[in-house]
Structures are given as C-alpha cells and as structure tokens.
Design a binder for this molecule. Structure first.
Ligand code: SAM
Length: 254
C-alpha cells in the first residue's frame, strides 16, 4: 500500500528539522512542495533549501504543486474553507494516485501539522473518498509558538495557568479573556484594538528566518510601534507571518 508522511518542518529555520523528519523525507520516493505564487516564493525556497540540505538519496523526486487560493466571496468563512479544502484534496488525490502501488510520498508542512494547519484534515478527506488506498503517519515539527517563546526567552504559560491559542479574527471579537493568549493568523492587527494597556505583548515576525524581528513591552506603549513596523515589513517582503503572546498577570499571582 502507498504511504504518506506528513512532516512538520518548523517555521523557517532549516535547523528546526528533527532527525525523525530528515529520516522520513529520505524514506519517501517523492517529496511534494506546495507553491503559493510569486509573492510567497520565499516559503517554497525554504522548503527547496531543506530538500537540498537533507535529502541524501539521489533518487528522491521533488514534485511542486500550486496551492489554490481560497475564494471568500458570497459565502460564509466555513463554506469557503470547505470548498478550498475540497479543491486541495483533488490535487492531493492526483499526487498520491501518481505514486507507485507500494510507493511513498512526503508533504512538508510549515511548523507542526497539528496547529492551524489542515493537511491532516485534507489527507483524511482524500482517504475517505476511497479512490486510492494509502496509510499515513505524522512527524511533529517546531511550531511558531515555540519559536516565539524561544526568541523572547519566555515560558508560554504562567505557573499552573491555562493558555488560549486563537486567531486575530476571534481576538477582535472576544477581547482578552485569558491570562495568556497566543494569537496567530492576524491580518487585522487585533492587538491594536485591545483595550488593556497594561497587558504585555511579545511579538515576532518571520521567526526562525534571517529576517526575524521581535518586539516586546507594555501593550499601551508599543502597540502603535508594532503596527507600524508590521506594515513596513509587510510592504518590504510582500507578505508577512507574525504571531504574538499577550500576557496579563504574573506567576504566583491569583
Ligand atoms: C496557517 S498557520 C500555520 C501554523 C504552523 N502550523 C505552526 O505550527 O506554527 C500560519 C500562522 O502561523 C504563524 N507563523 C507561522 N510561521 C511563522 C513565523 N516563521 N513567524 C511568525 N509567525 C509564524 C503566523 O501567525 C501565521 O499567520
């Protein structure tokens, strides 16, 4: 039976790859590299660099495929995500179906496949469709949350306290409801709409890459600076990936 490896590759630093990830890549017949157009060429380049560094079997083939864009018009967010996943599933089906009967393929997933990533969901969808039989396994990777915490040299949680992981869209709707909130996928700079000037923010963009930038401080003091810096960086690169942790309270404080 065919086998698919879903491999977490970390967040931009090729040294984030685990030994398990490198071994899984080298155990595959084909490595699939997603591309997302010219403006996100850097991300495909990072995956190509990883293949160049770590593939030590000359016969591993690399196949690039273009990821369709999500169409958001005239439907709810959930409907548009569902349609988008269906379109990607059709592409995966073709890629997996193109493997030899007992062959194996590897999808290189940004960060870790379990965190705000739908590769596992889409692979399950392809399996449910039943057009080609395959098994799959998942190799964990370093997440952007870990990269952020390491760069700021902070623990993620306060002692004995929970952590909320959310999106910019939801933070803008709910406000700050936990002592520690990690915010990802924030296209609207929701931190600048939070009315909690004494909260601390630990922000980072392009973490793990040569372009990494981080800032931290009291939200009321630096929200404006981060918003400006974010806009400048986004304009300079043509894209941005940023994440932040918002903190209220302290260790050993009830
Ligand atoms: C689709 S999610 C993928 C998350 C990924 N699976 C992980 O484990 O981190 C993309 C979001 O992750 C965060 N992210 C991923 N890589 C990042 C990086 N190198 N620097 C800053 N944020 C990053 C950003 O919030 C971005 O909007």
């Amino acid at each position: 039976m065919r086998h698919i490896h879903i491999i977490g590759i970390g967040t931009g630093n090729p040294e984030h790859l685990t030994v398990q990830a490198i071994n899984a890549m080298n155990g595959a017949d084909v490595v699939f590299i997603p591309t997302k157009g010219a403006d996100k060429a850097d991300l495909a380049d990072i995956r190509r660099d990883i293949c160049e560094r770590y593939l030590n079997r000359k016969d591993v083939r690399i196949i690039e495929f273009e990821v369709p864009k999500r169409a958001g018009q005239n439907r709810s967010y959930m409907e548009s995500v569902d349609d988008w996943h269906a379109a990607i599933a059709r592409i995966y089906e073709g890629l997996i179906g193109g493997l030899p009967e007992a062959g194996s393929g590897a999808f290189l997933v940004w960060g870790d496949p379990s965190l705000y990533d739908s590769t596992i969901r889409i692979i399950e969808r392809v399996r449910d469709a039943g057009t080609c039989a395959f098994a799959y396994s998942v190799v964990p990777g370093i997440t952007s949350i870990q990269a952020l915490a390491a760069s700021h040299r902070i623990p993620v949680n306060l002692v004995g306290k929970p952590v909320e992981i959310t999106t910019g869209r939801r933070l803008a709707q709910t406000g700050l409801t936990h002592e520690t909130t990690v915010v990802m996928l924030d296209g609207e700079q929701a931190f600048s709409k939070i009315d909690d000037p004494d909260a601390e923010i630990f922000w980072g963009a392009y973490l793990g890459t040569k372009d990494e930038v981080i800032r931290s401080g009291r939200l009321g003091d630096i929200a404006g600076d981060i918003a400006r810096l974010r806009a400048e960086e986004r304009a300079r690169h043509g894209w941005i990936m940023d994440i932040y942790l918002l903190r209220k309270g302290r260790d050993f404080e009830d």
